[in-house]
Design a protein around this ligand. Structure first.
Ligand SMILES: [Zn+2]
Length: 175
């Protein structure tokens, strides 16, 4: 999943506005950043996706994020939310990709990236849904402000660009 991850972080921010949005954005992107790091610096064995998107890897990343946020903010609900957002990354990726579960385990995923138009529809729906939850948490005089609307427009544009590139370059590897 691509822009949908950001939609999920926005929904988290709307659900619990005391957690800074940047914390939730890091949480929602962390498995992909771990993948890029493992891809760039690892030996390729085990594969970077096993180190970043498998169930044990995501459980570890989610635990680290939850502990760090708890240490910084002493907010049990907020740290549980940050950890849950990391886990949501893996589940959302099952919709668009094909991900390893555990060493020697099966790969799971619907691989919507093979159908870029459907992928765009689903991810756009996640983005709009997350943005609506976020928007609802704002003070009423800010809900219709341009930055809030521009945010939705930019996220949908970003997703459209991603979905078009997936259709032009099928099977594109991240690294
Ligand atoms: Zn991912």
């Amino acid at each position: 999943m691509y822009g949908g991850h950001i939609g999920i972080a926005l929904a988290g921010k709307g659900y619990r506005s005391t957690v800074p949005l940047w914390v939730l954005l890091i949480a929602t992107q962390l498995p992909d950043w771990a993948d890029a790091a493992a891809c760039s610096f690892g030996s390729g064995s085990p594969p970077s996706e096993m180190l970043s998107h498998s169930i044990p890897a995501v459980a570890l990343l989610a635990t680290v994020v939850a502990i760090l946020y708890y240490a910084a903010a002493r907010d049990t609900g907020g740290s549980a939310l940050a950890g849950a957002i990391v886990v949501s990354h893996m589940i959302a990726d099952y919709i668009t990709g094909l991900k390893p579960t555990w060493p020697g385990g099966p790969f799971v995923g619907v691989e919507l990236y093979k159908h870029p138009a459907v992928d765009f529809g689903i991810e756009a729906a996640v983005i709009v849904f997350g943005w609506m939850i976020y928007r609802r948490s704002l003070p009423s005089d800010r809900r219709d402000s341009s930055p809030v609307n521009v945010m939705l427009f930019c996220l949908l544009l970003l997703q459209l660009a991603a979905s078009i590139s997936f259709s032009l370059f099928p099977g594109m590897k991240k690294c």
